[in-house]
Design a protein around this ligand. Structure first.
Ligand code: TYD
Ligand code: MG
Length: 470
């Protein structure tokens, strides 16, 4: 009889190989190839293959049940997941080691326990005493969180299935868990996947919300090759710059809510504090009057957020000048620089360019183009921008300043924080703005550049435009 054929499949990219090898030729990953049996189950002789069971198809217009949610007691986390933890859902929180994942989740478990819910915290990394010490530091030692240091998923599921099902189970971290169901060493992709599967089954069966902690590998992936991201209901990433106190919780995937909301926390001596008004925080350490800084009125999800964009343009000693960005997209910077060169007569070929978003925030909106361009020109010209002005607008390759969504919300936040001027795309004039805010519209980036580089020249141009009736 022929041997059952088996194939070797890369667990990272799914490429099929004929024999085992250490490195996958398709994606270049090491040690990701596993043997899988490819043989289909042979039909039993003398019996016709089983016919499928019939099931009723339903219409799209039926009643949809709102996912039952449970407030986690931490408003910023609720905001990111879309209004509270969903019962029976599994959430993965990823982040660099030391960023504060355990701290956040101890705080969440304690908040739920204090609200009278059953919350369980399973640590696979720290001893019970260590978790207690942390809780003590956070002032949460009296919270009725149920605690254990365990790593066997079967034991954990068996224990948790006793009695009243918990509302929240925190597993810290999924990489330390192992299951009997698969035969590989703890920490391997197969183990992590097997343990996650068992915990997902437990969550769905019991209606418990499960939060898994996942360490991010050096390449920035959770648990190696994104092995469990597709299995869980939501993936949150907890980020922050080492030197800053701010921590940002961001949804990467969310089956029950939006993925563009962020939660902002500050790491203090007594744990993570929520920051309900991040604009104030991000603008708190501005150096007023220095050239090269512009305030961008941005939107993160539904929340307006003002941040400072800092630029430094300096003559370069290198053959190929340096372009470095922190907190913004490298290719967007290249684009803005190209537009400045091509349409605004700004020569940057012999200059190093550095761009930084203050406070360790990462901006993804194209609306930041105008603020970045203003900061760059201000630095090059050595001319400070007005300290009471905010900027937003997308710059197109033709040099035109294009409208961006939600201008009204941006302007409102700027007025609330005491800004008196806004430099905006022309379309923003139609939006209702605070009377305390003077709007300056720019149709083309060249106009703004002239205005910053030589304010008199800019005024003359504006005058001319008015005379010609635009
Ligand atoms: P931790 O939650 O252990 O990180 P993770 O689980 O993501 O690895 O947090 C570790 C860091 O947080 C540690 O460097 C100390 C700091 N920290 C504070 O600043 N204040 C606190 O109250 C606590 C508990 C931790
Ligand atoms: Mg930890």
């Amino acid at each position: 009889m022929a041997r059952a054929a088996s194939t070797f499949i890369c667990q990272s990219c799914g490429a099929v190989h004929r024999r085992w090898q250490g490195k996958c030729d398709a994606c270049g990953a090491w040690n990701t190839i596993a043997e899988e049996s490819a043989a289909a189950r042979p039909p039993s002789p003398g019996r016709s293959p089983r016919k499928g069971r019939l099931f009723a198809l339903q219409s799209l217009a039926g009643e949809a049940q709102e996912a039952p949610r449970l407030s986690s007691g931490v408003a910023e986390l609720d905001r990111v997941v879309g209004g509270g933890l969903v019962r029976g859902s599994v959430l993965l929180v990823g982040g660099d080691p030391g960023i504060g994942k355990s701290t956040l989740l101890v705080q969440v478990a304690a908040a739920l326990a204090q609200a009278g819910e059953r919350a369980v915290y399973i640590s696979g990394e720290e001893a019970v005493a260590q978790v207690r010490l942390r809780a003590d530091r956070l002032g949460l030692a009296s919270a009725a969180v149920e605690l254990a240091a365990e790593t066997s998923v079967e034991d954990i599921v068996a224990t948790l299935s006793e009695g009243r099902p918990p509302r929240l189970v925190v597993i810290d971290s999924i990489q330390t868990m192992w299951t009997n169901a698969v035969e590989s060493a703890p920490g391997t992709v197969t183990q992590v996947r097997g343990a996650t599967e068992a915990l997902i089954r437990f969550a769905k069966r019991s209606g418990t919300a499960v939060i898994l902690v996942g360490h991010v590998t050096k390449e920035g992936q959770i648990a190696g090759p994104r092995v469990i991201e597709h299995m869980v209901d939501a993936v949150l990433s907890f980020e922050g710059e080492g030197a800053h106190q701010f921590r940002i919780l961001r949804a990467v995937k969310n089956r029950f809510g939006p993925t563009d909301e962020i939660g902002v926390f500050e790491m203090t001596g007594i744990g993570l504090c929520e920051v309900p008004n991040p604009s104030e925080l991000f603008l708190s350490e501005r150096d007023l009057g220095a050239p090269g800084t512009a305030v961008f009125a941005g939107i993160e999800g539904t929340r307006p957020l003002l941040v400072e964009i800092q630029a430094l343009v300096a003559p370069s000693a290198l053959g190929t000048p340096r372009r470095a960005v922190v907190g913004w997209d490298q290719s967007r910077l290249a684009m803005v620089l190209a537009v400045l060169e091509a349409h605004c007569g700004v020569r940057l070929g012999g200059h190093d360019v550095y761009l930084n978003v203050a406070g360790g925030l990462r901006i993804q909106e194209p609306a930041a183009d105008l603020a970045a361009a203003a900061a760059l020109v201000s630095s090059l010209a050595g001319a400070p921008l007005p300290a009471d002005a905010v900027y937003f607008g997308e710059v197109s390759l033709s040099g035109a300043v294009r409208p961006v969504p939600q201008s009204a919300a941006r302007l409102k936040e700027a007025a609330k924080l005491g800004f008196t001027r806004a430099i905006v795309p022309e379309a923003a004039r139609e939006d209702p703005a605070d009377p305390a805010l003077a709007l300056t519209t720019v149709g083309a980036l060249a106009g703004l550049v002239a205005e910053i580089a030589s304010p008199d020249e800019g005024r003359r141009r504006a005058e001319e435009r008015r005379k010609v009736g635009r």
